[in-house]
Design a binder for this molecule. Structure first.
Ligand code: G
Ligand code: G
Ligand code: G
Ligand code: NA
Ligand code: MN
Length: 255
């Protein structure tokens, strides 16, 4: 198919690269890190978003090559961003799907962190609960090793999947990313629905505190949502209010 051809070309020509979306401290407005989101930078078609190729890349296992290209560029981007800011505490966050969680990949990540001189504690690995549905030794071992290295683990899209709560008992999660549907619910035109969204986020915050997790509200699009999640107790926010995913040269202007 056309998608497969694009992916293959991306793998061969090193066309996979990150966009950088800021993660902001809601109280201070300071950018504390960036999520690296994958794009296929096609010479003729321009930046292709992951929705158009991730599923196919995962089926064909090309995701492993794409993920390695993304990871190296995410780390070199982090170095540039840190240099610009004059601050070596900026974080980077990457998404890993179940097929990407292999001992081989983790060893690669460890080597790359060392090569770029980046402390593993500055790397957060985002996983969705799909990771836990394939409950096998390869995945548990890879996650265990990432933790051992000092990386942080974030649970992405929290609260939208199947029994996410159980996963908090099965693995030490450092960060809960509150799904954007809940953030948007806060400003729903129906006040009763908005109130229920607020109470739900209050509940998530209570759980996160009990489990010693920091929280990131996803999909923050306006000041009202930002203020509300901060008031409820969420420390960090991500969304169009702060910035969309940005190419590196744009991200560099924001730090
Ligand atoms: O709160 P804690 O001590 O766990 O965090 C230490 C530092 O790590 C924070 O000051 C912040 O800069 C960063 N941090 C905490 N949580 C996150 C997170 O979810 N994502 C990112 N990128 N950085 C985080
Ligand atoms: O970047 P967008 O802004 O379009 O991202 C869409 C989805 O693609 C995200 O929800 C995320 O789960 C997935 N995604 C983005 N980058 C990566 C990546 O590097 N690896 C994997 N496995 N998924 C990614
Ligand atoms: O990894 P994850 O599935 O959470 O990816 C986040 C997705 O949400 C990406 O596709 C990103 O482009 C998108 N996104 C980021 N901020 C916003 C926002 O404020 N509003 C909306 N609607 N989407 C956002
Ligand atoms: Na994510
Ligand atoms: Mn998410």
């Amino acid at each position: 198919t056309e998608t497969e051809a694009d992916i293959l070309r991306g793998v061969e020509e090193n066309l996979f690269e990150p966009s950088f979306q800021p993660i902001t401290c809601l109280a201070s407005g300071q950018i504390i890190g960036f999520e690296a989101l994958m794009r296929l930078n096609h010479p003729e078609k321009g930046l292709i978003p992951p929705g158009e190729f991730i599923a196919v890349a995962e089926e064909t296992k090309w995701i492993d090559h794409a993920g390695r290209q993304l990871f190296s560029k995410a780390l070199s981007g982090l170095c540039a961003l840190s240099r610009k800011r004059g601050d070596d505490r900026l974080h980077i966050t990457v998404n890993l799907s179940p097929v990407q969680l292999t001992p081989d990949k983790v060893a690669f990540m460890e080597r790359e962190l060392a090569a770029y001189g980046i402390d593993a504690s500055r790397l957060t690995v985002e996983i969705t609960e799909a990771v836990f549905m394939e409950d096998n030794d390869r995945i548990s071992e890879s996650l265990r090793r990432l933790k051992e290295m000092g990386c942080r683990i974030a649970l992405d899209d929290f609260g939208t999947g199947y029994s996410s709560l159980a996963y908090l008992t099965r693995f030490h999660v450092d960060t809960i990313k509150i799904d954007q549907t809940f953030t948007k619910g806060l400003t729903h035109s129906d006040p009763a629905l908005a109130a229920r969204s607020r109470r739900l986020i209050e509940g998530i915050v209570a759980i996160a505190r009990k489990m010693d997790c920091t929280m990131v509200a996803e999909g923050v699009e306006d000041e009202e949502q930002s203020l509300q999640v901060l008031t409820i107790g969420v420390q960090y926010g991500q969304g169009y209010l702060f910035a969309p995913p940005l190419p590196l040269h744009e991200a560099l202007k924001r730090v």
